[in-house]
Structures are given as structure tokens and as C-alpha cells.
Design a protein around this ligand. Structure first.
Ligand code: AMP
Ligand code: ZN
Length: 309
């Protein structure tokens, strides 16, 4: 067990070092926060455009939000109860001029100064669908429900040696709000479509039943229920190592979880159900570089063609 863990950590460190040496990742000084080269960004943008095209035939509404979620809307979810360890809260100095010298003194003497900050009105968004639900709050959906295309940066506090486990990363999601059937159909449609899309760029992904990393003992019960009910699937593929494949996309049926929290009704008057599919863009780029090599000009011509590289 311990030996396996060591092998995996070594694989993470090796792949990170290779990506940094090739200039694809630009280290920041803290784990799981990187800058990206033009080549890396181009791969993200091309794949992202492919996702947009794949969804366009369904004529989704397109919405873009910043990586900030209001504290009030954050608290309408149960993120604080279920993922407290992953949250990101934006704090600033809220004191008066009179209190500033004390903050500066603490900083200069290397004392803890962050306790002198206070919470602002915003949190960092933990998933790109979170800012959508408050905008639908108090509404009744049309008969056909709603389909929304979302993309943006999200934050999760999970520093790790794994170059594919980032603290801030981009997700491209399609979210369906509607009846239970509409939500479940969406989840199943994208599980298949996502698999085809990723296979079209040479990633040999495999669907697996998955669960979210809910916090603590109560969280383990929630995770077990989520698995038993097959609410979440992930598409996995080797990135740093084949020993522990990485989820590059997920398809998730939330049942009436968000409909309840945000008072969203389907056309029949029942609490709306929702489902979303999320493509992890940095992870997909990292999987592509692992599979096809660091020189995109030498990637298989079929892949270059599909991605318009
Ligand atoms: P989730 O909301 O956890 O289902 O995540 C959606 C997708 O985002 C996953 O399928 C991954 O591709 C990606 N993802 C999740 N967590 C991370 C992370 N820490 N770093 C990079 N990508 C991630
Ligand atoms: Zn989502």
C-alpha cells in the first residue's frame, strides 16, 4: 500500500518536473498553482472550442461568470457543511487608518497578520454551475427546462504534488434544469457524448461510478449513497500514471438538491431537478500532453484535425 503510494507520488513529481522543464507549466512557488505557456493555453482553447461545438447543436443558453460567488449565495448551498476543507473565502483589510499600523507591524515582525482581515461579500466559486442557480431562484422553468453552457475558473483548496490536482482550474459545463427525466437524460447523454469527444482526441477514457469527496464521517455516508444511487460518473484516463487514472470529466445528477436550495420549480410545479457535465480543461490538456507528447506539431494528424491545431 505504502509502496504504491510512493510510486504514485514519484510519478506526479516526475511528470510535473517534465512539464516545467518543457516550459508548459510555470511554477508559482506553492503546490497546485501554475502559470501556463502559450502552447498549453492553445491546447486548452482548442479543446474548449471543441466542447462548445459539441454542445452548440443543443442550442444552450451561454452564460459566463467570474470566479467569485456572493457570500450570501454561497451560504444557500451546503458547501460549508460538505466541503469546508476545499472552500476559498475572500478577505480584505476592513479596518480604519488607525488600525493599519498594527497590521504593518505584524507583517514586518513576521507575526500572524491574516487574523486582522475580515470577510468580504464574496467567496471563490467552487464549481462553475454554482453562480447559475441563484439567477434561477424563485422561477418556474419552461416545459422543455433549461440548458446552460458555462465556463470559468473555480477554486478548491487541495494542494497536492499531482500536477492534475490544481487549486484553481477551468471547467466547461453544461447544466440542465428541469424534470427528473430531463436531468437524468442530460447526465446520460453527456456521459456518452463526453466519452466520444475525448476518444476523438485520442484519450482512451473509461466511465466509472464516482463520488464527491464529502468531508468527514457524515461525508463518507453521503459519498456511499451517491455511489449506490449511481448519481455521479467520471471519465478517467491515465495522466501522470496508469496506476491511478485521473478524472478528466464528470457527469453528475443532483436530483432536487439545487432546486430545493434555490427554490427553482419545473413547469409541472414540482421542485426542479438538475444535472451537469463538467470537462476539466487543464486535466484534459495534461492528459493530451502525456498521451501524444509535448510537441503538438507531432501529435497524430487526426487529433490535430479534430482540434484544429
Ligand atoms: P467535479 O465538480 O468534482 O465533478 O469536477 C469536474 C471536473 O473538474 C472533474 O472531472 C475534473 O476533470 C476537474 N477537476 C476536479 N478537481 C480538480 C482539481 N483539483 N484540479 C484540476 N481539475 C479538477
Ligand atoms: Zn456543476
Amino acid at each position: 500500500m505504502c509502496g504504491t503510494h510512493d510510486n504514485i507520488t514519484v510519478a506526479y513529481e516526475t511528470y510535473s518536473a517534465e512539464l516545467i522543464a518543457a516550459g508548459l507549466l510555470i511554477p508559482s512557488g506553492v503546490p497546485s498553482v501554475y502559470g501556463y505557456s502559450g502552447v498549453f493555453e492553445n491546447v486548452i482553447e482548442r479543446f474548449d472550442a471543441l466542447v462548445t461545438r459539441a454542445g452548440a447543436e443543443l442550442k444552450p443558453e451561454v452564460m459566463r461568470f467570474t470566479p467569485l460567488l456572493t457570500r450570501e449565495n454561497y451560504l444557500r448551498t451546503d458547501h460549508l457543511e460538505t466541503f469546508p476543507n476545499l472552500m476559498g473565502s475572500v478577505h480584505s483589510f476592513l479596518g480604519s487608518e488607525k488600525e493599519l499600523p498594527e497590521l504593518i507591524r505584524k507583517r514586518q515582525q513576521n507575526e500572524v497578520w491574516a487574523n486582522d482581515l475580515g470577510p468580504t461579500a464574496v467567496m471563490l466559486t467552487p464549481a462553475v454551475c454554482y453562480p447559475l442557480y441563484p439567477t434561477a431562484s424563485g422561477t418556474t422553468l419552461p416545459t422543455q427546462g433549461r440548458l446552460v453552457d458555462l465556463r470559468g475558473f473555480v477554486f478548491r483548496h487541495e494542494p497536492s504534488p499531482d500536477p492534475a490536482r490544481l487549486q484553481m482550474f477551468r471547467m466547461h459545463e453544461f447544466v440542465r434544469l428541469g424534470t427528473p427525466d430531463q436531468a437524468l437524460d442530460h447526465r446520460n447523454y453527456w456521459l456518452k457524448k463526453g466519452e466520444e469527444l475525448l476518444q476523438s482526441v485520442g484519450l482512451d477514457v473509461k466511465p466509472v461510478v464516482a463520488n464527491d469527496p464529502f468531508f468527514g464521517r457524515g461525508g463518507r455516508v453521503m459519498a456511499a449513497t451517491q455511489r449506490e444511487q449511481h448519481l455521479k460518473y467520471e471519465l478517467i484516463v491515465p495522466v501522470a500514471t496508469a496506476e491511478k487514472p485521473t478524472a478528466v470529466a464528470s457527469s453528475n445528477y443532483h436530483m432536487d438538491h439545487f432546486g430545493h436550495s434555490f427554490d427553482i420549480k419545473s413547469a409541472d410545479g414540482n421542485v426542479a431537478h438538475s444535472a451537469c457535465v463538467g470537462f476539466g480543461l487543464e486535466r484534459i490538456a495534461l492528459a493530451l500532453f502525456k498521451t501524444h507528447g509535448f510537441d503538438t506539431t507531432r501529435w497524430p494528424s487526426s487529433v490535430r484535425q479534430v482540434m484544429s491545431l
